[in-house]
Design a protein around this ligand. Sequence first.
Ligand SMILES: Nc1ncnc2c1ncn2[C@@H]1O[C@H](COP(=O)(O)OP(=O)(O)OP(=O)(O)O)[C@@H](O)[C@H]1O
Length: 463
Amino acid sequence: MAKILVVDDDPAFNKMLSSFLRRQDHEVEEAFSSKSALAAFKTQAIDLVLTDFKLPDMDGLDLIRIIKEERPDLPVILITNYSDIRTAVTSIQLGAFEFVTKPVNPDELLLTVGQALLEKSSSGETKSKAIKKSDSPPKYVVGKSPASLKLWEHLQLVAPTKMTVLILGESGTGKEYAAKMIHEKSKRSKEPFVALDCGVLSKELAASELFGHVKGAFTGAVQDKKGAFEVANGGTIFLDEIGNLPYAVQVQLLRVIQERKVRRVGSEKEIDVDVRIIAATNENIKETGSQSEFRADLYHRLNEFEIKIPPLRERREDLAEYVNLFLHQACEELDREVEGLDADAMSIVENYPWPGNLRELKNVIKRGVLLSMGSKITSAQLPGELAHESILVPSYSSENGHGVESMIQQPATDLKAMQEQNEKQLILETLERTKYNKSKTAKLLNIDRKTLYNKLTKYQIDV
Ligand SMILES: Nc1ncnc2c1ncn2[C@@H]1O[C@H](COP(=O)(O)OP(=O)(O)OP(=O)(O)O)[C@@H](O)[C@H]1O
């Protein structure tokens, strides 16, 4: 039995969800605002938070941010409308365990709750909250699009070298997966691969998570602790969301890269480390660098070799292969036998822009497998919004300049124009929500202020 905090201002929905979870033998604490949620979170031993995105006094993302700052190990599941998929993607970047879309499917919710609690209990012993150690080698889909083939070639080329790699790509494109691949194909593959999510590290904890600390170094440092660099010694460290690393810690990281030595917080002793660094970001840290939020010297050190992972919408030829893999994985996990998607469902999948990239696709397929009644996933088992947002795009063969489909299937909408329209709309909505506070808007949208200013100019938004 776990203690679950349910946060939703809609009393009927909150009650329904809470009673459902109680029937599954969980203890439930109901909160109808962020304020009462935070009060409960601070005073009770909560194991899992389920929160709605739209709350009266603060949005779900801010709530996740506060919770994660205090307890990075506490799993949070965001409940959101599918139309808020970008929000959901941001929630994952902030460290949410998963998002579940409304209308909530009971089986899907139970599965997600179960997985979140399982992960929490298994991470209980590891002292470090942001460090994820990986042991099983990934099953890597190479894909057949020119972009994916090039990516694969670059991964193969750089893997056996000692080079530091900077991986760029939107959220969910597979940056961590690519980093694991590089590690697997390097001479260090038998040594640890340690992933550290810099996005969830508070200013105070970042140095300790990276470099460790000694007992008494700060309040709460009750015993000596190894940092991620020491844990990864001999192997590879993957620094995700590197753009979020506090400035002071960037300086320390630069020193570690140059001298290959770490000093635990509160200690003078230098410890030799032999660690290959792979960093990743989904924002333009080069731009941030010019604003001196991200140090240019660190950027150049990390960027000995740069790998760009294209968004899924730019490599649609690979979709079928990913769908097959995720279908297979979901069937194994859920103990189901689903053969594939029917023609309608596949057409929706092929024409949807996938803003959450592979992660979103994986979730959608898993949900489809869970809900499917027969041997095929039908369009009814896909989130309704997928069909609404699906658009006709030119067929693959037309991109290559041959194939009759190019003549039959004309694009109904210009993909780029549609994305820009969505982006503009999202910026306008977020500005309104933050009462036109640009810093808050940039933070919510997970971009830096300079990028926001550029986009305001581009879309002629006058604020
Ligand atoms: N080449 C691949 N083959 C098979 N599965 C993949 C591949 N790349 C990514 N995935 C799957 O896609 C999901 C998203 O990948 P990953 O977590 O690496 O993305 P990311 O870019 O690091 O995301 P974020 O920026 O949000 O941290 C993972 O669940 C992973 O299993």
